[in-house]
Design a protein around this ligand. Structure first.
Ligand code: GLA
Ligand code: GLA
Length: 668
């Protein structure tokens, strides 16, 4: 960890968003007392405070914030201080109505909620930078301030704006990318549907069109929109650095969130932070939150990260807001620590009494301290205090799932052979690995893959030449790869790579996909397996590739339909490694068998002895064993170890209560 990151997080951080301005000052002393009782050592302050910090376009009226930060500093509680720019105040909108964002179909969104700004409007950028700058000048070096928090969940409600000022900024972005209009016409396939531009001012954002928009235009607009928000972040970060150099700067991502290219963004964050809100009503909430943790660690290149927000109990923004089960807040929090999190924060400290989020849970609920939630909050604080030894430690991973936002944007555009949803596919590939105790990183196709043994490539529809070469080189130097259908189909301009799919990897895979035969929703096709005995025959869903073998061996064959007898999954020796291909989405058991085989081939341990719902992750010298089950479970661990949470010696047989957790370390 760099010096800057060490300063941000001491031991494991614990706390939440604290909004003192929403409460009478008489409650603040109680807040501080209860924070101490719960072991809170880090709070985020000021995220939505713009109108209270700057009621007019002048200097700050921040006496209230001075007093709140003073109390926190006296109590030894660190502050992740927000620049407060996520919700422009009414006076700013009145002075510059052009700040309000416009949707693809030309509707201007109104004031009265939050995040009502277009990232390209100069008046917004100037006002945000001005506030960030004033905040940094006033609070640089404040004893409570350990980290700066720019804006909030960029793109959450308004991922892109289609107004005239955005159109101008988009044209500037395109000029920088293509230089001349002829190159843009070439990249966008202007010959199709009469779309050649003869002047830059004819070029528009992909507003609502009669039918499918130009896919390359759509892709460039997604790139532009992510970059445009990043420019807002960068401008505030630079304003902070003038006054408060050396204090780390962050913003909070939304887990698997399509609009922001997190690999690009994370490179500009001193500390990577994420908000994680799995639905407690989803039986696989723990699987999705584990993916969020692994993604956040991965985009930061393995750096420890901050869980900036989660709900201590229910949220208020789903149609039905199911509470977290007893122990679930703790289990998902310790999961985040296990997967590299060095701070565990919630939205929010005190459940609100007014406003749009008054039915969102808080660490201190409406019911007060005589409540289940409060007791769980206090317990978690005590547990996190015991986990200081893992702070800063790395989470080793031997398997990488390739993910590229550009490919994601392109994959989910319209006018394709079939609608595919990347998160659903990632979940299919992630699930069996999670259940087998295999820790997974997400990696960019052009990233360094040399530390991995196995690389999975699910529906990487778009791949650059460099990314395609990178995967090939990984396999050529002994790595095992598993590539799925609809990968390597187009280049970075959304142009088909011709000659049979997946053109960049035909030699690697020893096959050629001649055509696609997607399956309707709900349809299944039986598969014959040529896997080893015990690996059951299964079925395929979603997709079928028509595969022409060119050296690969079939592992699965279609057993019915007009592709009966033809290969559905294959393997091919390449370099020192092996390249697997999946032309369909197998049922869960079959996919598990295939991934077990790929892990085995790669030399990655794939456990089959973990009860479903029990998670096992190694971080530093600790093995985290987390049950996400609401019933007791028993299993064998092999050997005896010390549990950091209870100081008990446990093993080899282990009995965990509902959502029981062990953090095991060597016994001395
Ligand atoms: C319509 C249009 C064609 C083409 C086809 C595709 O018929 O006239 O230009 O788009 O649909 O099915
Ligand atoms: C988001 C926001 C918070 C809050 C929570 C509620 O994560 O960043 O301000 O609205 O949602 O779940």
């Amino acid at each position: 960890m760099s010096r800057r990151e060490r300063q941000a997080v001491r031991g494991i951080g614990y706390g939440g968003d604290y909004n003192p301005e929403q409460w009478p000052e008489s409650t603040w002393a109680e807040d501080i007392r209860l924070m101490a009782e719960a072991g809170v050592n880090l709070v985020t302050v000021g995220v939505f405070s713009w109108s209270r910090l700057q009621p007019a376009p002048s200097d700050l009226t921040a006496g209230w914030l001075d007093r709140a930060l003073g109390l926190l500093a006296d109590a030894g509680i660190g502050v992740d201080l927000a620049t407060g720019t996520a919700s422009p105040p009414p006076w700013l909108v009145a002075a510059h109505p052009e700040i309000l964002p416009v949707t693809a179909d030309g509707r201007r969104l109104a004031l009265g909620s939050r995040q009502h700004y277009c990232p390209s409007v100069p008046a917004f950028r100037a006002a945000a930078v001005d506030l960030a700058s004033r905040m940094a000048r006033r609070y640089a070096g404040h004893p409570a301030v350990t980290m700066w928090h720019v804006s909030n969940e960029y793109g959450c409600h308004v991922p892109a704006c289609y107004c005239e000022l955005s159109a101008e900024a988009f044209r500037d972005w395109l000029r920088a990318r293509y230089g001349e209009l002829g190159r843009l016409n070439e990249a966008w396939g202007g010959a199709v549907w009469s779309q050649d531009y003869t002047s830059w001012d004819q070029v528009q954002p992909p507003r609502t069109t009669p039918t499918f928009p130009n896919p390359a235009q759509h892709l460039d607009f997604a790139r532009f929109s992510s970059d445009e928000l990043l420019a807002c972040y960068r401008a505030e970060r630079e304003a902070i650095a003038v006054h408060s150099p050396g204090t780390p700067v962050t913003t909070n991502f939304l887990s698997l969130f399509r609009p922001l290219d997190q690999f690009r963004w994370a490179a500009e964050l001193d500390v990577v932070a994420v908000d994680s809100y799995p639905d407690p009503a989803d039986a696989e909430a723990h699987l999705l939150s584990a993916m969020t943790c692994d993604l956040t660690r991965s985009v930061g290149g393995g750096r420890p990260w901050v869980l900036m927000e989660q709900a201590p109990n229910a949220v208020n923004w789903r149609p039905v807001n199911v509470p977290k089960a007893p122990g679930q807040y703790r289990a998902l929090s310790l999961q985040a620590v296990a997967r590299g999190g060095d701070a565990i924060l919630s939205f929010q400290w005190r459940a609100a009494a007014t406003g749009a989020e008054k039915f969102h849970s808080g660490m201190l609920p409406h019911a007060g301290t005589d409540s289940r939630v409060w007791r769980e909050v206090v317990r978690l604080g005590a547990d996190l205090g015991l986990l200081a030894p893992v702070a800063g430690c790395e989470v080793p991973a031997e398997v990488a799932l390739l993910l590229d936002w550009e490919s994601w944007w392109a994959l989910e555009a319209d006018s394709h052979p079939r609608r595919l949803r990347l998160i659903e596919l990632l979940r299919e590939f992630y699930r069996p690995l999670f259940e087998a105790g295999v820790t997974v990183d997400f990696a960019h196709p052009e990233g360094d893959l040399s530390g991995y043994r196995l690389v999975l490539v699910p529906a990487l529809y778009l791949v650059s030449d460099a990314g395609a070469d990178n995967v090939r080189r990984f396999a050529a130097t002994g790595g095992t790869v598993l590539i799925s259908f609809f990968s390597g189909i187009v280049d970075t301009s959304e142009r088909i790579r011709l000659g049979g799919y997946p053109a960049p990897w035909r030699d690697l895979l020893g096959l050629r996909v001649e055509e696609f035969a997607p399956l309707p929703d709900g349809a299944v096709v039986r598969l014959d397996s040529v896997l080893e005995a015990g690996e059951a025959d299964g079925s395929g869903r979603v997709w079928q590739d028509v595969i022409d073998l060119r050296g690969a061996d079939p592992l699965l064959r279609y057993a019915e339909g007009h592709l009966a007898g033809q290969p559905a999954a294959t393997s091919h020796p390449y370099g020192g490694g092996e390249a697997f291909y999946l032309g369909t989405l197998p049922d869960r058991a079959t996919l598990r068998a295939l991934l077990a085989r790929a892990c085995h081939r790669a030399g990655v341990a794939f456990r089959t002895d973990l009860p479903p719902g029990v998670e096992m992750v190694r971080r530093g010298g600790c093995l985290f064993v987390i049950s996400h089950l609401d019933r007791p479970v028993e299993f064998e661990l092999g050997g005896k170890s010390l549990d950091l949470l209870t100081s008990d010696i446990v093993g080899p047989a282990v009995a965990l209560g509902p959502r029981g957790i062990l953090v095991l370390t060597a016994r001395d």
